[in-house]
Design a protein around this ligand. Structure first.
Ligand code: PLP
Length: 386
């Protein structure tokens, strides 16, 4: 068929709107020029409501993991105690980074596919007794399982039970879910460009609460490229970045702000909930088990654990027959699940496409569904909500 008609449903990277591609094709500007200062100030401040922060959002030229590493290296001193919530492979990555920098890491292991409840965190903190905890690290949206953790409730526990900083990996949901850093007691919140922010890979973002900003300003650790204080200082003094940034991607980020403002931030949030609800209703209609409960379900990525047909076989067939790319499972869930990303540049009609392709794919594997049944269910959810 048409080689250029492809459908990307991975939980990062995500499709890029034409408007953003066009913005990224604008003429190059120098990162020490007044033009760049205008650009970065515009982007850093217009991103504030999306991160729920009062402070300009810092932009690094590197992937999301660099912002996780920056969050660790700008707060943790060797030997510090840290709690890391591990409910999937990204929580595991956070714990590994903290361990690599010499933190004494206490892993709060949560069954993969479930969220970390405030009660679990509270009990875990109680168990640690008088251990001084420097920071609690958590994943906002565990991309490997499709679980959205209750960040507000977890932040309350961190605040009431400890003096620790609360540091959150928001990579696969910032730009799709609401957050209020002061009210949720999140001190550092990071994400990257290629997920809900509709950009190509290449940028990482870090936002701060008042307390988070103070922590990185006072951090005595040795660091260089990932020195967040340098980013803040250079922004404040010169409205620039310490090192040459991916200027084109930042031009794209300005178009992201335009698009989110045009749609309305509240509507962006609602759209993601609708995409989740439509997809889950359709998947259920196909008789495919969902990995997560309703309460834990992520608005940006949905994990499915098929029975009778191997998940990778479904993934392969969607690619081969319909040019649809979805994701498989990671680590413990490898080969057992498939994941559909529905974040950023994704519409209700996109959900119908993937459900329709799934109906035909299941039929191909002999699990004959009622053709159109999943699409119908999703359409009913759509009509009820729009
Ligand atoms: C994608 C993702 C990352 C990793 O980001 P990279 O840009 O690949 O470094 C980290 N955390 C979560 C939750 C993610 O979904």
């Amino acid at each position: 068929m048409f080689l250029d008609q492809t459908y990307l449903f991975t939980p990062g990277p995500t499709p890029i709107p034409n408007k953003i591609n066009a913005a990224m094709a604008r003429p190059m500007i120098g990162h020490r020029s007044p033009d760049f200062s205008v650009l970065i100030e515009d982007v850093a401040t217009r991103l504030e409501p999306i991160f729920g922060t009062k402070h300009p959002v810092m932009i690094l030229t590197s992937s999301g993991t660099s912002a996780l590493e920056a969050a660790v290296v700008n707060t943790i001193h060797e030997g510090d105690h840290a709690i890391v919530i591990v409910a999937g492979s990204f929580g595991d990555r956070l714990a590994t980074i903290a361990e690599n920098y010499g933190a004494s890491v206490h892993r709060l292991n949560v069954e993969w596919g479930k969220s970390c409840t405030p009660e679990m965190l509270e009990a875990f903190i109680d168990e640690l007794g008088d251990t001084p905890i420097k920071a609690v690290f958590g994943t906002f949206n565990e991309t490997s399982t499709g679980v959205l953790n209750p960040i507000h409730a977890l932040g309350q526990v961190v605040k009431t039970k400890t003096d620790a900083l609360f540091i959150v990996d928001g990579v696969s949901c910032i730009g799709a879910v609401p957050v209020d850093m002061e009210n949720d007691h999140v001190d550092i919140l990071v994400t990257s460009s290629q997920k809900a922010l509709m950009l190509p890979p290449g940028l990482a973002f870090a936002a701060f609460s008042d307390r988070g900003l103070q922590a990185i300003r006072e951090c005595p650790e040795r660091r260089f490229y990932l020195d967040l204080k340098r980013y803040v200082d250079t922004y404040e003094k010169q409205k620039s970045t310490p090192f040459t940034p991916a200027v084109s991607l930042i031009q794209g980020a300005q178009a992201v702000c335009d698009m989110i403002e045009e749609e309305g931030w509240e509507n962006v949030i609602k759209r993601h909930l609708l995409l989740r609800d439509m997809l889950r209703a359709g998947i259920r209609e196909l008789g495919l088990p969902l990995l997560t409960s309703e309460e834990d379900a992520s608005p940006t990525v949905t994990a499915v654990k098929p029975e009778g047909i191997a998940a990778p076989a479904i993934q392969k067939a969607l690619k081969k027959d319909f040019a649809i790319t979805i994701a498989g499972g990671q680590k413990d869930l490898k080969g057992k699940i498939f994941r559909i990303g529905h974040m950023g540049y994704c519409t209700p009609f996109d959900v119908l496409k993937v459900l329709s392709a799934l109906e035909m794919t299941l039929a191909k594997f002999g699990q004959a569904p009622h053709f159109g049944a999943a699409v119908k269910k999703a359409e009913e959810v759509y009509v009820k909500n729009v």
